[in-house]
Design a protein around this ligand. Structure first.
Ligand code: CAA
Length: 382
């Protein structure tokens, strides 16, 4: 039988993340957003608490949580700051291809030293010429003896300026499209690898994003994940895992927006009474509460099915797409509830809207999620 009760262990994980988000992240969220600033001291504490390599099994030095437990933590963190949460959980995305496609030797070589210290890794798929059509990527991997030589450029890469390890998707033959794409693990020290300037972003400004260039970067064959041509399916299987926590991240932003709006509705007076006593505001709050709960339940359901062994393509896209649309809508309604004050940087809700927006775009734009959902559905009906 499905059960919505959390175990005592899950309650205590959630409480730990909630306390960290509210005491360590939230008090610095506005300043890191405004400056912008990548708060290393907060990320170090997140690492020390085991909040960074959530999906890596304990035998390789990670936290070893299932997806459901990861989602509980991510929602709490995002309540404190969406941008910081993006940076805290980006290792999960970058390391997932190693977990899914790496040999036992590769897992021990790459994951164990990486997780034994405070480190960042970056997932390099998107390129300047296209993000949604991942199969058309242009970064080349040319075989040269016992090495590959990588040339190309990636963009919008989370944490790249701070990363010590990169999982990189490149093609051995663009004519093969998705069947030419191959995955590699590349250390920052590789000659010819460079990262660009930190992008100036609309939201998630406590997070860091840049291009990554590969100019004649030599990668040993031993650092290829799986076989040549297996990289595209590895990237898709990775995203099947990591899109659900983006649903949780969006839910955390939405819950924060609802809490701010409800708190304000109780205090702010108009026409001689708190605005929460006006039906127009009550309807907003009621719709926001429904959206937050639905986002959480879809996210929990996706995580639960994946933890039970389901592939997760359909459910993770549904969770990510619905929760991110909900977050944008709820943040927008929170601003409307605050009126003119909501539009001011002095109040917290305009940041929530800017942070919510990215959740509709990264890890696959919601147009792509709808494409995936429709394809998976039609397959079931065919
Ligand atoms: N699992 C396993 N294999 C899969 C798969 C999945 N979920 N989805 C597709 N495949 C396989 C297919 O079976 C097919 O295999 P064969 O060649 O053996 O038949 C192959 O991959 C090609 O599949 P498609 O024909 O479906 O490929 P497509 O070109 O039509 O693209 C797409 C599909 C869903 C649109 C895909 O390109 C996509 O997901 N695009 C979005 C990319 C994305 O999400 N980028 C986010 C980057 S990360 C980021 O933003 C994060 C950050 O930094 C924080």
């Amino acid at each position: 039988m499905p059960d919505f009760a959390l175990s005592p262990e899950q309650e205590s994980l959630r409480d730990m993340a909630r306390k960290f988000a509210r005491t360590e992240m939230a008090p610095h969220a506005a300043e890191c957003d405004r400056t912008p600033r990548f708060p290393e001291e907060i990320y170090r504490k997140a690492y020390d608490l085991g909040l960074m390599n959530l999906n890596v099994p304990t035998e390789y030095g990670g936290t070893g949580l299932g997806l459901f437990d990861q989602c509980l933590l991510v929602e709490e963190l995002a309540y404190g700051c969406g941008g910081m949460t993006t940076s805290v959980i980006a290792n999960c995305l970058a390391l997932e291809p190693i977990l899914l496609g790496g040999s036992e030797t590769q897992k021990q070589r790459f994951l164990t030293p990486f997780c034994s210290a405070y480190n960042f890794a970056s997932f390099c798929l998107t390129e300047p010429s296209g993000g949604s059509d991942a199969g058309a990527l242009k970064t080349r991997a040319r075989r040269s003896g016992e090495e590959y030589v990588l040339d190309g450029e990636k963009c919008f890469i989370t944490n790249a300026p701070h990363a010590s390890l990169f999982t990189v998707f490149a093609t051995v033959d663009p004519a093969l499209r998705t069947r030419g794409i191959t995955a590699f693990v590349v250390p920052r020290s590789a000659a010819g690898l460079s990262t660009g300037k930190d992008e100036e972003k609309m939201g998630h400004r406590a997070s860091s994003t840049s291009t990554v260039r590969f100019e004649g970067v030599r990668v040993p064959v031993a650092d290829r994940l799986g076989e040549e041509g297996e990289g595209f399916s590895l990237a898709m299987r990775t995203l099947d895992q990591t899109r659900t926590p983006i649903g949780a991240l969006a839910t955390g932003i939405a819950q924060a927006a609802l809490d701010h709006a409800a708190g304000y509705a109780l205090k702010r007076q108009s026409f001689g009474k708190p605005i929460g006593e006006h039906q127009a505001i009550q309807i907003k709050l009621a719709n926001m509460a429904q959206a937050v709960r639905a986002a959480r339940l879809l996210t929990w359901y996706a995580a639960w099915t994946i933890d039970r062994g389901a592939k997760g393509t359909l459910e993770s896209s549904i969770a990510k797409c619905f929760a991110s649309d909900a977050a944008l809508h709820v943040a927008d309604e929170a601003i409307q509830t605050f009126g003119g004050y909501g539009y001011m940087k002095e109040y917290p809700v305009e940041k929530l809207l800017r942070d919510a927006k990215l959740t509709q775009i990264y890890e696959g734009a919601n147009e792509i999620q709808r494409t995936v959902i429709a394809r998976e559905l039609l397959r079931q009906y065919a």
